[in-house]
Design a protein around this ligand. Structure first.
Ligand SMILES: [Zn+2]
Length: 249
């Protein structure tokens, strides 16, 4: 059975459509808020800082182990040098050949010691560099965290504002829609779902405001002669056409 509704109800359906359009625009605005992207970017940045921090901390811990080993190596050689010095001086070694061998060993041990000390120094420097990187990353992290916190505050305030406005519009929309014939609203919802959110369009000066196409004279004539309760559909886009005094009929 064809859907019918009084002229007033049809006019009110157009009001519902206007609210729905505003709600769609708000939803679009909400999804496209630059502040959403901004917080996402900051979260990504923070994630990247955290990853670099983990890497730097791992490197520092590895270098600490290497440094401990290098310190140990230096200490072992130094102990042997000291031991040999004592033996050279306490008169326990008397053989000239043995003394000479001992002196040679001291010389090569000292050379080894300075090599090892160089390694130790190099590792120490690398560890210091890594620690500075960690410091830098930590301060970068705290700056980014602060920025993110501020961005979230701004974002949430804007979202709440949009949500409040949407709720308000929705309440006004519902107050009208609830009094309209169920089959009219059902038809409207179906058409709306199929046509980009616009289910009802004003017939304004002979043109459908849904698809912006002007109706031909025959069609206008046909509509003109229909009872006002008939729910008219646009021949082009199938949207519900709402007739008013401005329809050009
Ligand atoms: Zn149309």
């Amino acid at each position: 059975m064809a859907v019918t509704a009084t002229a007033v109800e049809q006019k009110e359906l157009l009001d519902v459509q206007n609210f729905d359009t505003k709600l769609m625009q708000l939803a679009h605005k909400r999804a496209g808020l630059p502040e959403l992207k901004e917080t996402q970017d900051l979260e990504i940045e923070l994630g990247s800082i955290d990853m670099r921090l983990v890497a730097a901390k791992t490197e520092a811990s590895d270098l600490s182990l290497v440094l401990r080993k290098a310190e140990n190596d230096v200490e072992q050689v130094a102990t042997r040098v000291t031991k040999n010095h004592v033996r050279l001086e306490d008169g326990s070694v008397t053989s000239a050949k043995e003394l000479e061998a001992l002196q040679h060993e001291v010389v090569s041990l000292k050379a080894r010691q300075s090599e090892l000390e160089e390694v130790e120094l190099e590792v120490m420097e690398r560890l210091e560099e890594t620690k500075s990187v960690i410091e830098l990353l930590l301060s970068e992290k705290s700056v980014t965290e602060e920025k993110l916190e501020q961005a979230i505050t701004v974002r949430d305030a804007l979202l709440a504002e949009i949500d409040d406005e949407s709720e308000d519009l929705l309440a006004q929309r519902q107050a009208i829609a609830i009094n309209l014939p169920t089959d009219l609203v059902a038809l409207y919802e179906k058409v709306r779902a199929d046509h980009g959110g616009v289910g009802a369009a004003h017939l304004h000066r002979g043109a459908c405001q849904g698809c912006r196409i002007a109706l031909d004279a025959t069609e206008l004539d046909r509509i003109r002669n229909l009872p006002s309760e008939n729910v008219v559909r646009c021949e082009e886009c199938r949207r519900i056409l709402i007739r008013t005094v401005e329809s050009g009929l």
